[in-house]
Design a binder for this molecule. Structure first.
Ligand code: NAP
Length: 493
């Protein structure tokens, strides 16, 4: 029988919370070593201590998943739907509490964090429904008296390697379809957000899944991540993270023929045309570039503005940026929380220097911000850049945007596509002609018209092109491509 929600994630007092453990083969296990998860808004109050697994413990989890996969592949769709529905319902019922944990550990503002928790719940609910809708095709053969059936079967054991910037939603959009389509899971969160990973696992541990079907292994990419990549028992790897790590993931998994899906970086353009509603365009730019501290793969880190309105747009953008409040993630009225970690803050600061040295004009921001608590606070930064500047070409993953000036629509489109990435592209315009042309010709997996480049629905495909992605799309019904394998059966009767 399923137990009702019990544990508050914000305390460090009960037995579970004194040390967040790994979940392997249906049991909570201590690790090889321990780690502490930091609160980037308040360095004096760590979020949690957690057990760190090593490669040996990861192998245990993989073996458990391999055994569990056989059972789960043959469960009824109803049982899978019930389990996922339980998880989704509990996350939604506890979204405030989970959001608070997320805000404390990752640093996004409380409203953003609660929104992410709700999204994770909705994703589980969506895939609860999809578990009941796994379909195939029955076709007439081209030969006489033969029937052909095309069906989908689970892939087997799926290794899930997640980044820190969406610690509930990204694991949800990988774990939920994996389980819905009958696979077993070994989940490795980013160490930076081990408590969020644990919180999700704690709910999944009470969802009525057979032992081994879902496993949580906290630990480093070097140990836990690589053990997942190299194990012949892991049939598929779903990875989201940086391009550099993604390249390693691809190399190692391809070498042994595993199925692999990669979602990586972006340098997403937001084009602002002269006919745009400028107030709306400014909101799109501010939201897309700086909310969630710019730590979104879909962030609008390149704002491409038509020359005719450049001065007017920049004036309004600077006015709006002045109003943005940077501060602790849980504080009221905050627009931008802290940067998630010290290395990320140092990297952002180094980017400011790179941009200045290569000749980009520093317009505003980038200062370290003092708050009541000690944390990684930084004001949003804006540069006027040329297309060849690195600040306009490489992913920074922080509250730093490059503004580029375009001579008309065609030039703006060319600048938008002048990148190795292809995750999301946006345009602000009141012209149907330009909006339609942009939707057709932007080289990106997702396109936004009069919307920020970040912020998507949970029931439709998510993913990019070029260096941003590899393999089938995530989310929505398209997730079936990755989490199932197709079988074609012929019957002569
Ligand atoms: P990251 O450093 O590449 O890490 C991602 C995950 O890979 C973490 O769990 C990490 O573990 C693990 N890892 C690191 N080295 C590994 C290795 N050698 N083998 C196996 N696993 C390894 O990325 P991040 O800093 O967490 O996330 C930021 C990046 O993610 C940005 O580039 C952003 O654009 C991208 N992102 C993309 C999307 C998308 O859908 N396109 C969405 C969100 C984020 P540890 O960190 O615990 O060691």
């Amino acid at each position: 029988m399923l137990r009702l929600p019990s544990i508050r994630f914000t305390l460090k007092t009960d037995a579970m919370q004194s040390m967040l453990r790994n979940f392997i083969n249906g049991r909570w296990e201590t690790g090889a070593t321990t780690g502490a998860s930091e609160n980037p808004s308040d360095l004096g109050s760590p979020v949690a201590e957690y057990a760190r697994a090593d490669a040996r413990q990861t192998q245990q989890a993989i073996r458990a998943a391999s055994d569990g996969a056989a059972t789960w592949a043959h469960t009824t769709p109803q049982r899978r739907a019930d389990a996922l529905d339980f998880v989704g319902s509990e996350i939604l019922a506890r979204k405030d509490e989970l959001g608070e944990l997320l805000a404390r550990e990752e640093g996004k503002t409380l409203p953003e964090a609660v929104g992410e928790a709700a999204r994770a719940g909705q994703i589980f609910k969506f895939f609860a429904g999809e578990a009941l809708r796994i379909s195939g095709e029955k076709m007439a053969s081209v030969r006489p008296d033969i029937d052909v059936e095309v069906t989908r079967e689970p892939v087997g054991v799926v290794g899930i390697i997640a980044p820190w910037n969406f610690p509930l939603a990204i694991p949800a959009w990988k774990i939920a379809p994996a389980l819905a389509y009958g696979n077993a899971v070994v989940f490795k969160p980013a160490e930076l957000v081990s408590a969020c990973g644990w919180a999700l696992a704690e709910i999944l541990s009470r969802a009525g899944l057979p032992a081994g079907v879902f496993n949580l292994v906290n630990g480093s990419g070097r140990q836990v991540g690589q053990a997942l990549l190299d194990s012949p028992l892991v049939d598929a790897i779903s990875f989201t993270g940086s391009e550099a790590t993604g390249a390693q993931v691809l190399q190692r998994t391809s070498a042994r023929g595993a199925k692999v899906q990669l979602e990586m970086g972006g340098k997403n353009p937001l084009v602002v045309l002269a006919d745009a509603d400028l107030d709306r365009a400014v909101e799109c730019a501010v939201n897309g570039a700086f909310f969630s501290t710019g730590q979104r793969c879909t962030a609008s880190s390149r704002i491409i503005v038509e020359r005719r309105i450049h001065g007017d747009f920049l004036g309004r953008l600077l006015e709006r940026m002045k109003q943005l409040k940077v501060g602790p993630a849980l504080a009221r009225g905050i627009d931008i929380g802290p940067v998630a970690s010290r290395p990320q803050l140092e990297q952002n600061q180094a980017w400011l220097e790179i941009a200045r040295q290569e000749g980009a004009e520093h317009i505003t921001g980038g200062q370290l911000v003092e708050c009541e608590s000690k944390g990684y606070f930084m004001s949003p930064a804006l540069f006027l850049a040329a297309p060849e500047h690195r600040v306009a070409r490489e992913e920074i993953f922080g509250p730093v945007a490059a503004l580029l000036v375009a001579d008309g629509y065609e030039h703006a489109l060319a600048l938008a596509n002048d990148t190795k990435y292809g995750l999301c592209a946006g345009v602000c315009t009141s012209s149907l002609k330009h909006a339609t042309h942009f939707k057709r010709h932007a080289q990106a997996g997702m396109v936004m018209v009069n919307l920020p480049t970040a912020g998507v629905d949970y029931h439709v495909p998510f993913g990019g092109r070029k260096a941003s992605s590899h393999g089938p799309r995530e989310q929505g019904r398209h997730a079936a491509e990755f989490y199932t394998t197709v079988k074609t059966a012929y019957t002569y009767a």
